[in-house]
Design a protein around this ligand. Sequence first.
Ligand code: ADP
Ligand code: MG
Length: 475
Amino acid sequence: MNATTANPGPGTPAADSPSANFSSLPLAPHTLQNLARLGYSSMTPIQAASLPLALAGHDLIAQAKTGSGKTAAFALALLANLNVRRFAVQALVLCPTRELAEQVTQELRRLAAAEDNVKVLTLCGGSPIAPQSLSLEHGAHIVVGTPGRLMDHLERGSLQLDALNTLVLDEADRMLDMGFFDDIATVARQCPKQRQTLLFSATYPDGITKLAAAFMREPKEVKLLAAHTSSKIRQRFYEVTEAQRLHTVGLLLAHYRPVSTLAFCNTKQQCRDLVAVLQAEGYAALELHGDLDQRDRDQVLVRFANRSTSVLVATDIAARGLDITQLEAVINVDITPDADTHIHRIGRTGRADEEGWAFSLASVDEMGPVGRIEQAGHFVSDWQPLASLTPASKAPLLPPMQTIQILGGRKEKIRPGDVLGALTKDLGFVGAQIGKINVNEFSTYVAVAREIAPAVLHKLSTAKVKGKTVKVRLL
Ligand code: ADP
Ligand code: MG
């Protein structure tokens, strides 16, 4: 395998090098125009390193951290292989979860907007299978899905792969974590031998080499070296005893007052305990864990991303692949034994041009791992005394928004514009007081400024959305 290693900072466009320009790639003019329209002015480092190889037709293993723009790296390659006039599945993207599959589908649709009528279909468990089969009959160019459901369709014969030219394994490390190796193998065996295979991953566990050996042909390797911690992320360490650890999270929140915080624990039990402690202290905290069903998981993510929950508590596995753009702080409630994992955790804050805080709580027993993290990140820890954590205000830390759930979603053909229209035109609320509107299959979630939430709830319950009265509740 040939290895190419690039080493710019994580997620930052490699704007200083001329080859970071999308126009240096063999892309059609309308694709370049579309990228400009999307505000993609230059390639991210992983795109600059992988796209020339992928567009030249090579199999590729690409590793870079979450949020570095891997989706567009494989999307532009598979779109370049696509013949829109051929009504058959030509590209298949395997993802570990439905939520990630939906994110990929959205990004693919945005990137395919330059081309007429590219049909992208999501096939995941948790939705009825018959309507999916029907959509497949109507034809799709690109299918994005989870391994289990794709196998179901292959067994039923509703999905045919003989016209496939690109197979993508996205978040391959996470799929391996979830035990999908055999399912991936089953799907890959049904793809034509003559094809391009692209594998994307945030980390590089042993299983990746096994996957590559089984399904790829002389893959090129592109790795972005573990990011040196960016200067936009300010790290602080606090020494705690086990008895102090969970309570210290509340002290950090009261002192720094971050609007959105992602708190990492090493075990599910620790996550549960922390949420209980934070809720008892009056913080809006929710846990993201693998045992939630899809609907509850979606709801937790929506409530965090729309800024109506202050703290999301998760293990590394549960948080993988999350793309949350506005995150003021990351808290390492437990120190991870793996230095790369620490760098991934804190790299989720300080995105774009924002500054971010990364706090780590370490007991005496965790000083070994802290030392390894310092070495890997080339920094010296900034230790602060616990006594410095004094509340910045008497007022409790409340999220700026509250979420109102409308019982009705895509199934009822509700669109964000319908809800915004009802709130602003019909009910007289100001657009600036309304935050994210997420329309899911059966529910719509509207974030509104905390001050107006009771009034919105009251008025919406008697108003009409899409000409119908709707059931609403405050979460
Ligand atoms: P990853 O798969 O590596 O976690 P994503 O593909 O989800 O990352 O991309 C993260 C975010 O960056 C997305 O919101 C995406 O729209 C945006 N993005 C990707 N490429 C570019 C680019 N070249 N310029 C600006 N934004 C980009
Ligand atoms: Mg991704």
